[in-house]
Design a protein around this ligand. Structure first.
Ligand SMILES: NC(=O)CC[C@H](N)C(=O)O
Length: 194
């Protein structure tokens, strides 16, 4: 069977790291910048970066509507950090006019850890990924403040705040599995493509 083709939205952010992880797992991973490229992939990763910029560029490049349509059509999509913000139905602490693609029935807050604690690392228990804890890197990260009925939590911090969610074919993490060398989240996402 041919390897599944996975697009990584490559308008802005750390898309190269995602492409490298996915290729390391044997996936046919391709940067996606244009609607024709989106049409040729079986799933999409939305990287970390800056959601305000990703929003503006995706609208300017005519990608916002095709991505919304792909999500509505059931395409597997995984968003990390800014990518999670782009997938959220509701975004708090947006800048004026900022839009998301939506699809994930959650409310997220941008930059939820404030300026005092911009970045941190911690280990998370994620039963879906096995017994070993997952080392998670948070960089100016959002938090999932509310989970709608359609979405469920995959991981929480010790204080109970939700940092990973799943809803059918959609996955979102506040943190950046593409920078740690632990590929289990990407493997988990790829199982949705077969
Ligand atoms: N590491 C990240 O992706 C940061 C997200 C960024 N703070 C935003 O609002 O988009």
């Amino acid at each position: 069977m041919a390897a599944p083709s996975v697009g990584v939205l490559a308008l802005q952010g750390d898309f190269r790291e995602h492409l490298a992880v996915l290729r390391g797992l044997g996936a046919d991973a391709r940067p996606v910048r244009r609607p024709e490229e989106l049409a040729g992939v079986d799933g999409l990763v939305i990287p970390g970066g800056e959601s305000t910029v990703m929003d503006k560029l995706s609208r300017a490049f005519g990608m916002a509507e095709p991505i919304k349509a792909a999500i509505a059509d059931g395409m597997p999509v995984y968003g990390t950090c800014a990518g999670l913000i782009m997938l959220a139905d509701t975004v708090r602490d947006r800048i004026e006019g900022q839009e998301s693609f939506g699809g994930l029935d959650v409310v997220v807050r941008r930059n939820a850890f404030g300026t005092q604690l911009d970045s941190f690392e911690t280990d998370l228990d994620i039963p879906e990924l096995g017994d070993a804890p997952l080392h998670a890197v948070f960089i100016r990260a959002p938090i999932v403040e509310e989970l709608g009925a359609k979405a469920h939590s995959l991981a929480e911090l010790e204080d109970g705040r939700v940092v990973a969610v799943e809803q059918g074919n959609l996955l979102g993490t506040s943190f950046h599995p593409e920078v740690t060398g632990d590929t289990r989240f990407h493997e988990y996402f790829l199982t949705k493509l077969r």
